[in-house]
Design a protein around this ligand. Structure first.
Ligand code: FES
Ligand code: FES
Length: 155
């Protein structure tokens, strides 16, 4: 049994039949081909699957695809692309804020939400805001530096 849902992803309207048990993360990756959303723990701990849902950061592994019916979804692919990175992606590059890159999409989406809601975030607030995202390569200092740089450049 499927249910047809309508939603917007990265500015494009979609209408798809989905099985009620299909995870949003799997739907984004396997049905829509948006593989920038990574899946690590699959139970809400690592943050690799973080996307924006109606402007708020959420874990795509903790939601079913049917739950985005009528919603606006933004994935890491919405930020920029090779040759045209957005300021946050540029800052990650400049400050060496990624190593293997597995956590990077989730970090970027969480930081996007953080900077939108707290454009004057202190270092402590940046650390707190990113605390739900795990980096296996432990590059946290560089990630904080990248987010701080974007904040400073926006002043
Ligand atoms: S894969 Fe979703 S929080 Fe880890
Ligand atoms: S850069 Fe490797 S997990 Fe964060």
């Amino acid at each position: 049994m499927t249910r047809t849902i309508k939603f917007t992803v990265n500015g494009t309207a979609h209408e798809h039949p989905v099985e009620p048990r299909l995870l949003l993360a799997d739907f984004l990756r396997h049905t829509l081909g948006l593989t920038g959303t990574h899946v690590g723990c699959e139970h809400g701990v690592c943050g690799a699957c973080t996307i924006l849902l109606d402007g708020d950061s959420v874990r795509a592994c903790l939601m079913f695809a049917v739950q985005v019916d009528g919603c606006v979804v933004e994935t890491v692919e919405s930020l920029g692309r090779i040759g045209k990175l957005n300021p946050l992606q540029e800052a990650f590059h400049t400050h060496h804020a990624l190593q293997c890159g597995f956590c990077t999409p989730g970090m970027l989406m969480t930081a996007t939400d953080l900077l939108k809601k707290y454009p004057l975030a202190t270092d402590d607030e940046i650390r707190e805001g990113l605390s739900g995202n795990l980096c296996r390569c432990t590059g946290y200092e560089h990630i904080v530096a990248a987010v701080r740089a974007v904040k400073e450049s926006a002043k």
